[in-house]
Design a protein around this ligand. Sequence first.
Ligand code: PLP
Length: 362
Amino acid sequence: MTHQLRPQPGIMDIALYQGGASKADGFDEVLKLSSNENPFGPSPRAVAAFRDTAATLHRYPSTDHAGLRAAIAEVHGLDPARIICGAGSDEVITFLCQTYAGLGDEVIHTEHGFAMYRISALAAGATPVEVAERDRVVDVDLILGAVTDRTRLIFIANPANPTGTMIPLSEVERLADALPPHVLLVLDGAYAEYAPGYDGGAALIEARETVVMTRTFSKLYGLGGLRIGWGYGPAHVIDALNRVRGPFNLSQTQQDAAMAAVRDRAYADFCLLQNAEQRARLRGALAQLGFPSDESFANFLLIHFADQACAEAAEAFLRARGILVRKVAGYKLPAHLRITVGRPEDCDRVIAAVSDFAEVTR
Ligand SMILES: *Cc1c(COP(=O)(O)O)cnc(C)c1O
């Protein structure tokens, strides 16, 4: 049978999202450092909350996520009425594109920006516009130069993935204040917790009508497998996004586990301290072996190699030892590899393997 079905414009331009590898030939268990997951896993309290929901799986979940929004608001000092929760921050990004961008509209993302911005823009029928970065750092003036009458959304991650770099709050503020009033600035704060003293842009949002932030439980809170994220913004934006959101987009299991995770401050602080210590140690050791990286404000390092062949050889060398890291050629960084900061013993393994790699390639 033939058919005459045609996907909407833009849909067939979407390249399928490539996740971090999770398997290596010859290994039952791998050291997965390819997806920026918390190497310590979720808080034991989140795991307990997850288990406790088993008895009530026949019940539909809360549709307004009131408990989870209250917990997030309390911890971050935000207005719970202006929080929206989604199945990962990916879903909040999807809501933003669906709500604000359509055919003929432009959605700005940067050169090494996260893949979901382009995918969600195309899925909404809009036109993604790529803006260059300056030495792997988002550049406010280059973004401002790309804004047109058709621009509807601008996505920047701060700190950014896969570069790990960030721009100061003063630069974010300068960008927000220079934008015309028909543009919504989205601050992706998937790694905001890792940047000391950075609020993800929360204070900046309070004083403006055209800035939102997205946050996630997938990184610091170690709940990537459960899919929970949230957004925060002005009342008019959250009201519009809630009209697009499905009423049961988050199970009670997701909500309860996330609530327990965000309230477990001692565990989050432990993970943050470990990450800061191990990131500094790993960065120093790899640089000494001849593989430098930009200063990272997140839970991973973007390691520089001499060229693409060298980066690919290193990735294969590590994989042959059961260590999985992320190739980022798809992010226009062919001579780099992204390595998630692991536990102390994980970093020891990475340093030893890279040291051996340096030996054999010398
Ligand atoms: C991991 C990540 C996200 C979070 O995705 P979830 O859907 O919340 O798991 C969002 N933005 C960036 C830049 C990321 O690296």
